[in-house]
Design a protein around this ligand. Structure first.
Ligand code: SF4
Length: 346
């Protein structure tokens, strides 16, 4: 005889517990993220449960992060010519890719920060395509931050590759609010993506950044040939790191790179992944970064923002065109999602 008594997860005994019922109980109500095996179950859900999954992810985000959406702008201080071989990246100098090494000057940097602030963004991230900063880059960053501070009211983030302990201290002393360094993918898949440095080297930079008191921003790229198991492993890796922000990118295969011929992630799979990462990381700022236009099309932003995302990058991405800032800001307005204001984030 089977019993119909309900468990805490709201499922009948004698049947396999449903992962979304578990997620409602554990994540939405309890605030405890899904573990690796649970994330894998979510990633394996059939497409006809996608709407239900997005709703659970959206409820998680509203409950533990609130309705605000954080807006960020990014600028590339130094583009192209990087000595590393990240197989997705058109800024590597090792591939037949079109991005040449180039620097922007300080007045252009300040102008970009001003334009970013005008969109309502609270965070302005200075990015350089390097393995790690040298003396010249550190002094450019210091000069840039000082010039921005004198004219623009915005928090400054940096993404300058792997850091030494001294460089971490220098950036903290400059008042850098958040540091971005992506683990990119699961530890077990990383050697298939990058051979010129290790996942552990990246992890070490992130550890030092967090210890120095800067906010940690760490995400990666989905759709680089990883298995669903490795995608779940990556979500668990990030949950262990517990970053303040996770930017999620979808591979936009760039001609000339080793991953130039990979297929674009199907939209349903991409949305499932976004929701699964939200359920693994209930409190983090989960940001749509690059590649979403080709993966998700026009509807993607709306479904993502109603499926766990609570931050967007406005304007151009680093090497490929994103959507115009106004498109994203109009969308947030239409969805009645307030933009997080600067005073709330200090
Ligand atoms: S991802 Fe960063 S480190 Fe890797 S090749 Fe591109 S710019 Fe260089």
């Amino acid at each position: 005889m089977t019993t119909t008594a309900h468990t805490a997860a709201g499922v009948d005994e004698g049947t396999a517990p449903d992962i979304l019922a578990i997620a409602r109980d554990q994540v939405v109500d309890g605030g405890r993220g899904l573990d690796r095996d649970q994330v894998l179950e979510v990633l394996r859900l059939p497409d006809d449960r996608l709407t239900e999954l997005l709703q659970v992810a959206h409820d998680t985000r509203l409950r533990w992060c609130g309705p605000e959406v954080e807006v960020e702008g990014i600028i590339s201080l130094k583009t192209g010519g990087c000595p590393e071989d990240c197989h997705f990246c058109s800024q590597s100098g090792l591939f037949a890719s079109p991005v040449r090494s180039a620097w922007i000057d300080i007045p252009s940097l300040v102008e970009a920060a001003k334009q970013t602030a005008k969109t309502g963004a609270t965070e302005f991230c200075i990015v350089a395509a390097v393995r790690g900063p040298d003396k010249r880059l550190m002094s450019q960053v210091a000069a840039g931050i000082e010039a921005i501070r004198n004219e623009v009211d915005i928090q400054i983030a940096c993404s300058l590759g792997m850091l030494t302990a001294d460089q971490v201290d220098e950036l903290a002393a400059m008042g850098v609010h958040r540091y971005n360094h992506n683990l990119e993918t699961a530890r077990s898949h990383f050697p298939n993506v990058v051979t010129t440095h290790t996942w552990e080297e990246r992890w070490e930079t992130l550890r030092m950044v967090g210890e120095a008191g800067m906010e940690v921003c760490c995400g990666g790229i989905l759709g680089m040939g990883e298995t669903l198991e490795q995608r779940a492993e990556f979500a668990a890796d990030l949950a262990a790191l517990d970053p303040d922000e996770v930017p999620l990118n979808f591979l936009n295969p760039r001609p000339g790179t080793p991953f130039g011929d990979l297929d674009v992630l199907p939209a349903a799979e991409a949305l499932k992944a976004v929701a699964a990462f939200r359920l693994a990381l209930p409190r983090t700022i989960l940001r749509f970064a690059g590649g979403r236009e080709i993966t998700l099309g026009d509807l993607g932003a709306e479904q993502g923002i109603l499926g766990g995302i609570n931050a967007v990058i406005v304007g151009n991405y680093l090497t490929t065109l994103g959507r115009p800032a106004e498109t994203d800001l109009d969308l947030l307005d239409g969805l009645q999602m307030p933009i997080k204001v600067l005073n709330d984030t200090i």
